[in-house]
Design a protein around this ligand. Structure first.
Ligand code: HEM
Ligand code: HEM
Length: 181
């Protein structure tokens, strides 16, 4: 049985699950995009850009929520290295949720491409046009997407370890329901 657990705040939980779905979708859309040509490529790019900018906005809101409402403490009996890994990976995920969209936006700016959100809303350039900077940011976007993917897989494995093996209330703290850690 899961021990009772204290919950993340409701805004933290709603933002976590909404953004989890958006970010995982973005990873697959990104890979689908670079593997497609013509109409499907254009269609996926049209989803990728506004969804990525929405993630940036929500990540800033989420960071503000996180700073105002600290998360419930991890179980006292959790080994110190696991607490450290949990905190480090959470901050890495926050950093990537902000860095990935900014790099995507900066990369298109450096390439001289317009960043359109829908048919008429065009975001300003945030980096001067430069083929060298475009190439660097294009690689960085790919490498950080891989880092995000592997961090997410480790995060998922840790969540399942807490929920199915330790049964210590950490997973239910984010899923919701009754209970406290
Ligand atoms: C959390 C946010 C984001 C994630 C997880 C993400 C993920 C990805 C991934 C996995 C790829 C494929 C990389 C490769 O195989 O080389 C990609 C490509 C790309 N992304 Fe993002 N991205 C994000 C945000 C953005 C934003 C905000 C923009 C622009 C406003 C953007 C523009 C692009 C472009 C232009 C490509 C290359 C498309 C192509 O070469 O066909 N991304 N992204
Ligand atoms: C289906 C997959 C997922 C599951 C089962 C899951 C589960 C959890 C759980 C149980 C926690 C609480 C950990 C604790 O109490 O210390 C948590 C926190 C967190 N998750 Fe996820 N998660 C998932 C997907 C994601 C994704 C895709 C991201 C972002 C890329 C993400 C980012 C975070 C962050 C940043 C925290 C720390 C929250 C904070 O302290 O403010 N999660 N997740």
């Amino acid at each position: 049985m899961n021990r009772p657990t204290s919950l993340f705040s409701l805004p933290a939980r709603v933002l976590h699950w909404l953004m989890a779905a958006m970010i995982v979708a973005m990873l697959f859309i990104g890979v689908g995009m670079v593997a497609s040509v013509s109409a499907r490529h254009a269609w996926l790019v049209q989803i990728h850009k506004p969804l990525g900018i929405a993630i940036l906005v929500l990540a800033v809101v989420r960071l503000a929520v996180r700073l105002r409402r600290p998360p419930p403490p991890l179980p006292a009996d959790l080994p110190a290295w696991q607490k450290l890994a949990a905190h480090a990976s959470h901050w890495l995920l926050y950093a990537l949720m902000i860095a990935m969209p900014l790099i995507g936006w900066a990369m298109l700016s450096a390439g001289g491409y317009p960043v359109m959100l829908g048919a008429s809303l065009r975001l300003p350039s945030i980096v001067a046009a430069s083929p060298v900077v475009f190439a660097l940011l294009r690689h960085l976007h790919t490498w950080l997407a891989m880092l995000l993917f592997f961090t997410f897989v480790a995060h998922l494995a840790a969540a399942l370890h807490h929920g199915l093996i330790r049964r210590d209330g950490v997973l239910s703290g984010m899923v919701g329901g009754r209970a406290s850690r």
